[in-house]
Design a protein around this ligand. Structure first.
Ligand code: GTP
Length: 345
């Protein structure tokens, strides 16, 4: 499908059947790993390396239900880790901006928390507000689902997408689909759900797929000056990133034992030359959860601290001194004031 000319409003009218068939053929060609057509080859090429022509810049929001791979995709599209990931649903809690500048184009990706439909507590209400705010004013939406699946939670996210913004259906985790032939009828069935601008079956962990998606996104971005410096990767502060990385290690090292309503607050962040001193508190809801985080003889807390510190040192190329505390604040996730105080808008 030809993308809308830069700057033109792109009403998501249903694409004509010919376009639809061509899109599906391209998508299915990729899904079945069939050699690319010349048209696909054109769209598959990476964005130009050297700046040519006028600058392009636009916002691309990544939306979907929890755990479909949005943050993994954002990091891959940016080429650096800007959003934390884990097997635990609801890992992402903030609007995270990841920036990639290639050739004449600046992509500003917006990762969002997975839209919560199950529990209506204060934390989830705040997360959902973040999602709605992030999708309101973008040039392109990447609606991420797991390839071959579409359930009520996916449908609820789809129903929230604003009209007038082109949507690419990203069918992620294609590597998990063992019977690839089943993807064709599934993609066809997805046509009836929304007038998607494109269908894109992929694996967010496969660099070739990510490069192709990047090239496809580029076609939807308007001609306008860049908003960030060419080497900016995110608009988030180092302090924010530190708290997020501790939360990632916390979730990864406690697995399913620890409820998702645990959080991390950075109490202090100071820089002395190349050394960063950080003090953070892990907040849990019950006394029993505190034991889970601390572990036998403090082993688990120590590991969370060591892994977070090492990753931050790699990221910043300097020494980090990280101090961690654990506190119980029962019922914080259903207390509007605390949810705000802990940094969730
Ligand atoms: N096999 C496979 N796993 C993937 C792929 N993409 C992501 N994952 C895994 O899926 C899990 C969830 O990924 P995230 O990127 O944290 O998902 P998310 O949608 O940001 O999750 P929330 O923070 O809950 O909204 C992680 O364990 C990822 O490693 C993929 O293409 N293939």
């Amino acid at each position: 499908m030809t993308p809308p000319p830069p700057g033109a409003p792109s009403a998501p009218s249903a694409p004509p059947d010919d376009d639809l068939e061509a899109m599906l053929a391209r998508a299915l060609g990729r899904a079945a790993d069939v050699p690319t057509t010349s048209e696909t080859a054109e769209s598959a090429s990476a964005p130009a390396a050297a700046p040519t022509g006028p600058q392009r810049c636009g916002f691309i929001a990544i939306v979907g239900k929890p755990n479909v791979g949005k943050s993994t995709l954002l990091n891959a599209l940016v080429g650096h880790k800007v959003s934390i990931t884990s097997r635990k649903a609801q890992t992402t809690r903030h609007r995270i901006t990841g920036i990639r500048t290639e050739g004449a184009t600046q992509f500003v990706f917006v990762d969002t928390p997975g839209f919560q439909t199950r529990h209506g507590n204060a934390l989830n209400r705040a997360l959902n507000k973040t999602v709605l705010g992030a999708v309101a004013d973008v040039d392109l939406l990447l609606f991420v689902v797991e390839a071959g699946r579409f359930d009520l939670a996916d449908a609820k996210v789809l129903a929230l997408l604003p009209p007038g913004v082109p949507v690419i259906l990203v069918a992620n985790k294609l590597d998990r689909v063992h019977r690839r032939v089943e993807i064709a009828p599934w993609l066809r069935s997805m046509q009836d759900r929304h007038p998607f601008a494109e269908f894109f079956p992929m694996c967010a962990k496969q660099p070739r797929d990510v490069q192709r998606l990047l090239a496809l996104c580029e076609r939807y971005l308007p001609e306008q000056p860049w908003l960030y410096d060419a080497d900016d990767l995110t608009d988030r502060s180092e302090r924010f990133l530190a708290g997020e990385l501790v939360r990632e290690k916390l979730f990864r090292l406690t697995g399913d034992e620890l409820p998702y309503t645990s959080t991390v607050v950075v109490d202090r962040f100071e820089q002395e030359g190349e050394l960063r001193r950080i003090a953070a508190t892990i907040i849990v809801e019950r006394e029993g959860h505190k034991g889970m985080v601390i572990g036998e003889g403090g082993e688990r807390l120590k590991r969370i601290g060591t892994e977070a510190r090492q990753e931050l040192e790699r990221l910043w190329g300097g020494k980090v001194f990280l101090e961690l505390w654990v506190k119980v604040r029962s019922g914080w996730s259903d207390d509007e004031a605390r949810v705000r105080a802990y940094g969730y808008e």
